[in-house]
Design a protein. Structure first.
Length: 448
């Protein structure tokens, strides 16, 4: 009699780094003989890959966990894992709060999942949150898409933004070697992927920790050098990278993006606030004038480039006038997409302890006003696509309309058009844009 394989389910909260970690952990579980289960209630192993940037993500984890912890009372073989940033931040405290947990593991331990699980299966409760030196990614991620893939190039972050827990939970910056990154991209290309996104919490810092400098004293390895080094991998047609930090965003990098045909004209550069005093309180290390100069330089080299960013409203002490400086920056630049958030205090960060916190009402009001402006500006920016011909890399079927497929332009605008997903998936198709909306486009294929 054959026994069916044990089944696993992963729920991911938070950023692209977490998605990439989840894909890697899914790859490890499948190597161990687990099969994926869409429904957590059918799974024998449940892993929550957590995020601690926002308060509500953390609350959600606890509510999900509570449900599964109850299930464990009747199914003692159920394995419960919390990975990611909440795990790193809470550590042992998580076990005290949810004693049914088998494994608590920080993001740096994603590659060790098999070793850690072997300890669990021997009957141990395991907490793995100590800092480790990153191990090269030898696991094959179970990638969610078959068209686009993430590749981590740098882990951790050395910045000390006063609102952010990332350095506490993801550790210091550690760059992978250019050779390892290129080898992973070559393998991805061999599997038929057409697009890669190079990922880092602070990707412009790539290479600063790797040995070697040029005779002029420049680091031998920078993100710019990496783009030149991986650009010609056959089969890969598009390269993106995220997330950038304005402090390290150089003209040399912008020039490389303009010169290298595969690098998409899309930049994600968080500004967080349009006010210099708030930026200083956040310890961001740049001014709004410097941020504007970066965007101006990008637009000189690539007038059509898409710019997306992140912004926080209601930071401790933010006055109405300072908030209006954020509105002004948003108005002046005209982002294609802006991720906005009301400030929420995170444990272990300096800003959480300050006594000049703003009320929830003020934060909600400012968030609503900023979001209103964001959609107006995104709608304006979309107008430039009307009647244009855009290259769209087809990723999937439109879940709301099976006669349509969807993909992205080089500028990262989601685009829908009529077509058969089986024939078009992974292909780059020329599309004439017939309808523009704030955050997406519709068009028709030209001579399919």
């Amino acid at each position: 009699m054959t026994t069916s394989p044990r089944r696993y389910h992963i729920t991911t909260f938070g950023c692209q780094m977490n998605k990439a970690d989840s894909e890697r952990m899914a790859g490890i579980l499948e190597d161990m003989g687990f099969a994926f289960s869409e429904d957590p209630n059918d799974a024998d192993l449940i892993l929550y890959n957590t995020c601690t940037i926002r308060d509500n993500a953390e609350h959600k984890v606890y509510s999900y966990l509570g449900r599964q912890a109850k299930r464990k009372h009747s199914q003692p073989d159920l394995t419960l894992i919390v990975a990611g940033c909440v795990a790193q931040q809470e550590g042992e405290a998580l076990l005290r709060r949810v004693p049914e947990l088998d494994l608590v593991m920080g993001p740096q331990h994603a590659n060790r999942l098999q070793d850690l699980l072997e300890q669990v299966f021997e009957g141990n409760q395991v907490v793995a949150t100590e800092p480790v030196h990153i191990m090269e990614d030898i696991t094959k991620p179970r990638r969610d898409s078959k068209v686009t893939a993430w590749v981590n190039v740098i882990y951790g972050c050395n910045e000390r933004c006063t609102y952010c827990v990332v350095p506490n939970v993801r550790g210091v910056e550690q760059s992978r070697t250019p050779e390892a990154i290129r080898a992973e991209i070559e393998e991805i290309a061999a599997q038929g992927y057409k697009e890669v996104t190079l990922l880092g919490q602070n990707i412009d810092a790539y290479g600063r920790d790797l040995p070697g400098v040029t005779p002029e004293g420049r680091h031998l390895h920078t993100l710019t050098d990496l783009l030149y080094y991986v650009h010609d991998v056959p089969g890969i047609e598009r390269i993106r990278f995220a997330t950038s930090h304005p402090r390290y965003f150089t003209e040399r990098l912008i020039k490389a993006c303009a010169e290298l045909p595969k690098v998409c004209e899309h930049f994600h550069i968080p500004f967080q606030s349009g006010d210099n005093d708030i930026l200083k309180a956040m310890a961001r290390g740049y001014t709004q004038e410097k941020y504007r100069r970066i965007i101006d330089t990008i637009r000189q080299y690539m007038p059509d480039a898409s710019i997306s960013a992140d912004a926080i409203v209601g930071f401790p002490g933010e006055t109405e006038a300072q908030f209006e400086n954020t509105l002004k920056l948003t108005e002046d630049i005209g982002f294609d997409l802006l991720n906005t958030a009301a400030y929420s205090p995170r444990p272990g960060t300096p800003a959480a302890l300050w006594d000049n916190q703003l009320s929830e009402e003020v934060k909600a009001d400012r968030l609503q006003r900023l979001n209103h402006l964001v959609s107006i500006k995104a709608s304006d920016r979309s107008q430039r696509y009307q009647n244009r011909i855009e290259e769209v890399l087809v990723e999937d079927q439109n879940p709301k309309d099976p006669t349509q497929v969807m993909g992205r332009t080089r500028g990262n605008r989601l685009t829908f058009f009529t077509g058969n997903i089986n024939a078009l998936k992974g292909k780059i198709v020329k599309i004439k844009i017939t309808e523009v909306r704030a955050f997406s486009l519709t068009g028709e294929a030209i001579n399919l």
